[in-house]
Design a protein around this ligand. Structure first.
Ligand code: NI
Length: 143
């Protein structure tokens, strides 16, 4: 029997974001997004928990080499977002495009990481946490 396990690594980054649709009036932005529409934006100390799943390697008992996972998270998550403005970090969060909510950032990180994982290893969850009272989970679901 081959054992499958889920492994989670947590990384942190500090970043800012703003919820604003330029094609909407100030009033509508205010009504939809409240304080999150304020210029120029506001920051969070984000926590991102990435869970990978796969069969334990017979020799290392690992889902994937931890160094490889850490390097990937550093490159694709921490270096990408830390001390930056999420609205400008990726084109898809630019003006008129995707609002950089925790949900949307979780989906973005999933899409960045999934193609980089070794064969046989899959993502099972990406969690993006803004603070003690708010986090979003993405499980790769599409409807
Ligand atoms: Ni916020």
């Amino acid at each position: 029997m081959r054992m499958k396990a889920h492994l989670t690594r947590i990384v942190h980054f500090c970043a800012a974001h703003r919820y604003y649709r330029p094609e909407w009036s100030e009033e509508r932005n205010r009504a939809e997004f409240g304080n999150c529409a304020n210029s120029p934006g506001h920051g969070h100390n984000y926590e991102c928990a990435v869970t990978v799943a796969g069969v334990l390697n017979e020799l290392t008992s690992m889902v994937m080499p931890l160094d490889d996972l850490d390097r990937l998270l550093d490159q694709k998550v921490v270096k990408r977002f830390d001390h930056d403005f999420i609205n400008t970090v990726a084109e898809e969060f630019g003006p008129g495009k995707t609002i950089p909510t925790a949900e949307a950032v979780a989906v973005f990180i999933w899409d960045e990481l999934q193609p980089e994982l070794p064969e046989g290893v899959v993502l099972s969850r990406v969690r993006v946490k803004e603070n003690e009272t708010l986090y979003a989970d993405y499980f790769g679901e599409k409807i």
